[in-house]
Design a binder for this molecule. Structure first.
Ligand SMILES: Nc1nc2c(c(=O)[nH]1)N[C@H]1C(S)=C(S)[C@@H](COP(=O)(O)O)O[C@H]1N2
Ligand SMILES: [Mo]
Length: 416
């Protein structure tokens, strides 16, 4: 992914904070845990609000914008404004395994350890970075998708007749955001990484995840050192403002183009290892299991190609009048090359116009004018193709947890 220099259309000048980047002289401090050298300087950024009561999700979830499922909430596609490219922070979906913690940036630390570092460190002797240390390092801003691995899961039931377990997302567990942070490569290069290091494990500071009476520990997931040194970002701002608590304040990981779970929120630890690392989030979950998948299917990484209409399901459209259908298409692998639309349930297809090509790793916007001639029920479909040559299929093979539903979604409307 390349840096994205284009100005954000939805970022008003007055909203731009000075994020502390650019003072390249800042060194990664090699303080050790328990050395008593905790950061005392007040941070230029403070949490946007302090909740009175902790709930699973702290930001408001107005029903016009969100469909809520316990600790998770998805964006309603019919609330998306086609004039805005980025997903506003207030409108981005939330996926919590536990509940959003409230973390004080003044005492926040990121601990980096492992035998893959040039100077091997045990967790007890970890390198420690404060929030201010991170703000002082050179920053980078990128536009990138964030999508839950299970986005679209409900269509395994409604379109393929094989319900999968997990949150019954429609298509709203996705967004495109401008993220600002420190390249993980910058930090790792300063600390020194051994050439034979293979994996980095990122762990969150939210509560341990307990399910069915089993404590699986902190939400954590390993990824290859190659991704760490390529485009991984230690993010402290989204859309020009500090992260919201629900999205990982004070610091989260961004692995551009990769499944949602790879983007660990409330990032507290990074272990750099010379041996392959595991966690339940790459062995038990977030790999394909069940159906016709082999037992050793690899952990999921890159997001597939998908599309959505900016329209309610069962929307009512006027007969005999022109309606411009709009939507977005995205892929974790490459920019979107083409979007086709069918207004007759998939009998015939026509190219939609790409009205805005993706920025960096963000989605593309498309439009398709349609004048329905007959009243009644119609099924709309959109089918995207990316520049990696991947096209949305008609169906996808079943997997037990309903991951990566990338088949074309049937969108019913009525014309009256
Ligand atoms: N620490 C931690 N990180 C996490 C999660 C979590 O529950 N805890 N959920 C993951 C999942 S499954 C997704 S889809 C994304 C959601 O990010 P968002 O809530 O900012 O949209 O965060 C990921 N990072
Ligand atoms: Mo997710």
């Amino acid at each position: 992914m390349s840096p994205d220099p284009a100005p954000s259309p939805s970022l008003a000048r007055r909203d731009v904070l000075r994020l502390g980047g650019g003072t390249a002289a800042a060194l990664v401090a090699a303080r050790t845990v328990g050395s008593g050298a905790a950061a005392a300087t007040p941070s230029p950024l403070t949490s946007p609000f302090t909740p009175a009561v902790a709930g699973p999700i702290l930001k408001p979830l107005p029903p016009e914008w969100f469909v809520t499922y316990g600790t998770n909430a998805e964006m309603r596609w019919d609330s998306v404004d086609p004039r805005r490219y980025l997903t506003a922070t207030e409108r981005l979906f939330v996926r919590n395994h536990t509940t959003t913690p409230t973390i004080d940036p003044a005492s926040y630390t990121l601990r980096i350890f492992g035998d893959g570092l040039a100077d091997a460190r045990t967790p007890e002797r970890a390198h420690v970075l404060s929030y201010d240390d991170l703000l002082r390092l050179p920053s980078r801003t990128v536009t990138s998708l964030l999508e839950c691995t299970g986005n679209g899961r409900s269509f395994f039931a409604s379109q393929q007749g094989t319900p999968a377990s997990g949150t019954a997302w429609q298509l709203g567990a996705v967004g495109t955001v401008r993220w600002t942070g420190v390249p993980l490569a910058t930090v790792l290069r300063r600390l020194g990484v051994r050439p034979d290091a293979v994996d980095v494990q990122a762990a969150g500071l939210d509560a341990p995840f307990v399910s069915g009476g089993v404590d699986y520990g902190r939400v954590r997931r390993p990824f290859p050192v190659s991704k760490a040194l390529d485009d991984a970002l230690l993010v402290y701002a989204m859309n020009g403002r500090p992260l919201l608590p629900d999205h990982g304040f004070p610091v989260r990981l961004l692995l551009p183009g990769w499944v949602g779970i790879a983007n660990i929120k409330w990032l507290g630890e990074l272990e750099v290892s010379r041996a392959a690392l595991t966690s339940p989030w790459n062995t038990k979950w977030y790999r394909m299991t069940g159906g016709d998948y082999p037992v050793d299917s690899p952990p999921l990484t890159v997001l597939p190609v998908k599309s959505a209409f900016e329209l309610a399901r069962d929307a009512v459209l006027p007969v005999g009048r022109r309606t411009v259908l709009t939507g977005r298409a995205w892929s974790g692998a490459a920019p979107v090359a083409r979007v086709e639309v069918s207004t007759d349930g998939g009998e015939s297809w026509d190219n939609a116009q790409l009205t805005r090509r993706g920025h960096g790793g963000g989605w593309a916007q498309w439009a398709y004018p349609w004048r329905p001639r007959t009243a009644g029920q119609h099924v709309l479909l959109a089918r995207a193709t990316d520049r990696a040559g991947r096209t949305q299929p008609e169906t996808v093979p079943y997997n037990d947890n309903g991951y990566l539903f990338s088949a074309v979604v049937r969108h019913p409307v009525s014309v009256a």
